[in-house]
Design a binder for this molecule. Structure first.
Ligand SMILES: NC(=O)c1ccc[n+]([C@@H]2O[C@H](COP(=O)([O-])OP(=O)(O)OC[C@H]3O[C@@H](n4cnc5c(N)ncnc54)[C@H](O)[C@@H]3O)[C@@H](O)[C@H]2O)c1
Length: 281
């Protein structure tokens, strides 16, 4: 049997690192050609240079808040590879779980504007830039969603709201673009990546991987049935391949696969001893 994405063309935002890079590499392994879009040029260069097939990768430096730059990325993709089958919206920032009680109004406002501009507007503008090409190919969108698209405590109020907003965006766009373009999501859980914080709070150089390591040493991480936060982003790429594949997922739209290690079934188990508090009630 041929690979699931043989001959397809994809564009991945935030493709320079973490989940986006892992998805781009997996798509190439599945037979696709891939444009990686990121605001970090050195990372983009590394992704292409280290690819198993650099001829099937294109790097475009762009900020996902910039509609014109996204249109240019789509045009460059079509120039180079002839079409676009799949858009993966993925570039994002975390809020390092800053609660409302630890920020003043000015900080909160700046945090909201920065996080929503990247995490939500960046997804919407990428779809706007790509939908015409996706209609031509009867293509699809796969959005990186999060445990924070459904549950609390995966971030502070601003990150959680932004990821809930992305879930709504996914459903609304699935409705608007049907029957020509499918729109789905992969809700990943804690991943060992270089996910950064907002510059407005001086957190642009902080990395979630370091934060996970510190939390493991200081306090136990929250219980996740299938894995801990050291999970490699390559472990979640199968869900993206499935949803991107016309042959395998042609009847699926407006759906989020929870690839989060089973957060939804953890019940009342505690981090410390795995006690089932529910049984004691
Ligand atoms: N790492 C986790 O634990 C986790 C959990 C749930 C969801 N997510 C989501 O996964 C997605 C990918 O994050 P990651 O963990 O791979 O982080 P990452 O930092 O390793 O990768 C994100 C990439 O996006 C790029 N980027 C950030 N802002 C950008 C902008 N304005 N324009 C263009 N590129 C930009 C960064 O340069 C980086 O290369 C994010 O949407 C994040 O919210 C991550």
């Amino acid at each position: 049997m041929s690979s699931w994405l043989e001959g397809d063309v994809a564009l991945v935002t935030g493709g320079g690192s973490g989940i986006g890079r892992a998805v781009a590499e997996r798509f190439v392994a599945e037979g696709a050609s891939v444009t990686v879009v990121d605001r970090d040029a050195p990372r983009l260069r590394a992704v292409v240079e280290e690819s198993v097939d650099p001829t099937r990768m294109l790097a475009v430096e762009a900020d996902v808040r910039d509609s014109q730059a996204l249109h240019r990325a789509v045009a460059d993709t079509v120039d180079r590879f002839g079409k676009l089958d799949t858009l993966v919206t993925n570039a994002g920032l975390w809020d390092y779980q800053r609660p409302v009680t630890r920020l003043d109004g000015v900080q909160l406002g700046n945090l909201f504007d920065e996080l929503f501009a990247v995490n939500v507007k960046g997804y919407l503008l990428a779809v706007e830039a790509a939908w015409r090409e996706l209609v031509r190919t009867r293509g699809n969108v796969v959005m990186t969603l999060s445990n924070a698209s459904t549950y609390v405590a995966g971030g502070g109020p601003v990150y959680t709201a932004s990821k809930h907003a992305c879930l709504g965006l996914m459903k609304q766009l699935a409705y608007e673009l049907a029957p020509r373009v499918r729109v789905n999501g992969v809700a990943v859980g804690g991943m060992n990546t270089d996910l950064r914080g907002p510059a407005s709070l001086g957190m642009a150089e902080r990395s979630i991987a370091a934060s996970f390591a510190k939390r493991t040493a200081d306090t136990p991480p929250p219980p996740i049935p299938l894995h801990d936060s050291s999970t490699d982003p390559r472990d979640v790429t199968g869900s993206y391949v499935l949803l991107a594949s016309r042959r395998q997922a042609g009847t699926i739209t407006g759906h989020a696969i929870a690839a989060d290690g089973g957060i939804g079934v953890r019940g009342f188990a505690t981090a410390a001893g795995g006690d089932d508090l529910g049984a004691q009630l």
